[in-house]
Design a protein around this ligand. Structure first.
Ligand SMILES: Cc1ncc(COP(=O)(O)O)c(C=O)c1O
Length: 399
């Protein structure tokens, strides 16, 4: 079945939901049982057999199961866990794969809060982090130590947009994996979404979504998803259960509702973003547009091989830039409000300074900064270009 069709049908369960198309929101903590035998059976089925049956609110309700099953189908995963934010999906999946005395390899282009978690939190639990060049590919093998338990990827990278060779990294890491020291390969798959890339089919063990972005798609809910293969399932299930996080049912509902229209939205994001990227690329002020779907992007071939589409997020690097010029541009934008996050229906703008924001150690970012991060929304690209043109006039005047 094609992914566009999966998006519409996945996770729907006519019998479970009495024929209602969108699984209703179950607000639940307590679930009552008919007898001791019923309770013990429900406990056993939920905790041990991992069946989707009602046991206790934190362990999930039909509202959660619909989203879990749908994301699992898209990501081609054995199962999917739901968390209350994209960042918690990154951190909990790491906690499910490493233990004290272990070592994790993390891409130098990783989302900065994930990096903070490794530096300020994991280190306190005796887990060592080494950052690696995002373009390392099979060369990752040389960095693997006897205690390496995980390799964390993010493709393309936050702010700098390097595409990673996930098949080569996974193959090299798994070749060094042993029964005593298994190595899990995790990737933050938010940019491509579960629609355009299936990292588990490329050899990864865990695929993470900040579903806050395109899955929810309307900038109104925080959701994380962790999709696992059979190898990663026990560790991540243990971390989820021990930490005790759960996704609110309203957020689960909004994520499923967003998912149904992901294909039409992303098609338009991709279309609009390419028009804007091609226009920006021709501007004399612009040195580089960081967008893997542009044929001029160094990651284009990997993107074409591993992804079936692109989203609306890109970076802009200028030949000459200054804080004042970036401020003059951003402050006067009409259709690009300044704000964190991305993946909603609307365009957004933010300053981007990878050399300062991300204290890269393995492959320093040497492009002129600050630059811009643009999220291209569903507006008409002609209007967006007109707004950017006026913004660049302010940029040039303030330079
Ligand atoms: C690549 C990436 N991963 C994870 C996150 C974290 O997601 P959330 O904001 O839902 O915690 C973000 C948020 O911007 C992100 O850009």
């Amino acid at each position: 079945m094609k992914n566009n069709t999966k998006l519409i049908r996945a996770g729907q369960n006519k019998k479970r939901n009495a024929g209602i198309v969108n699984t209703p929101v179950y607000h639940a903590s307590t679930v009552v049982f008919d007898s001791m035998a019923h309770m013990l059976d429900a406990q056993d089925r939920n905790l041990k057999k991992r069946e989707k049956n009602l046991f206790y609110g934190r362990r999930g309700t039909p509202t959660h199961w619909t989203l879990q099953e749908a994301i699992s189908e898209l990501e081609c995963a054995a199962d999917t866990f739901l968390t209350p934010s994209g960042l918690s999906a990154c951190t909990i999946s790491i906690l499910g794969c490493v233990k004290a005395g272990g070592h994790i390899l993390v891409t130098d282009s990783v989302y900065e809060p994930t990096r903070n978690f490794c530096d300020s939190f994991l280190s306190g639990f005796g887990v060592e982090t080494t950052y690696y060049d995002p373009l390392i590919g099979a060369g990752i093998a040389a960095l693997i130590k006897p205690n390496t338990a995980a390799v964390f990827c993010e493709s393309p990278g936050s702010h700098t947009f390097e595409m990673q060779d996930l098949p080569a990294i996974s193959k090299a890491a798994h070749a060094k994996s042993t029964p005593d020291q298994p190595i899990m390969v995790l990737t933050d798959n938010t940019w491509a979404s579960p629609l355009f890339c299936q990292p588990l089919n490329l050899g990864c063990d865990v695929s993470i979504q900040a579903a806050t972005k395109y899955v929810v798609g309307h900038s109104d809910a925080m959701v994380g998803t962790i999709s696992v293969n059979d190898a990663a399932l026990p560790g991540v299930a243990n971390a989820m259960s021990a930490i005790g996080v759960t996704l609110g049912p309203d957020e689960a509902y909004l994520a499923t509702r967003g998912l149904r229209t992901l294909a039409v939205r992303l098609k338009q994001h991709h279309f609009n973003a390419l028009i804007v990227a091609e226009w920006l690329e021709k501007r004399p002020e612009v040195k580089r547009v960081l967008f893997p779907a542009l044929p001029s992007d160094p990651g284009y071939e990997v993107w074409k091989r591993d992804c079936s589409g692109a989203c609306g997020l890109m970076g802009v690097v200028f030949h000459r830039t200054s804080y004042e010029a970036i401020t003059a541009m951003i402050d006067g934008m009409e259709l690009f409000p300044l704000g964190f996050s991305w993946g909603g229906f609307e365009s957004l703008i933010a300053p981007s300074n990878p050399s300062r924001i991300v204290a890269r150690t393995a492959r320093p970012w040497t492009e002129p900064a600050p630059g811009l991060r643009l999220h291209i929304g569903l507006e008409d690209p002609e209007d967006l270009i007109a707004d950017l043109e006026k913004g660049l006039a302010r940029f040039n005047q303030a330079l």
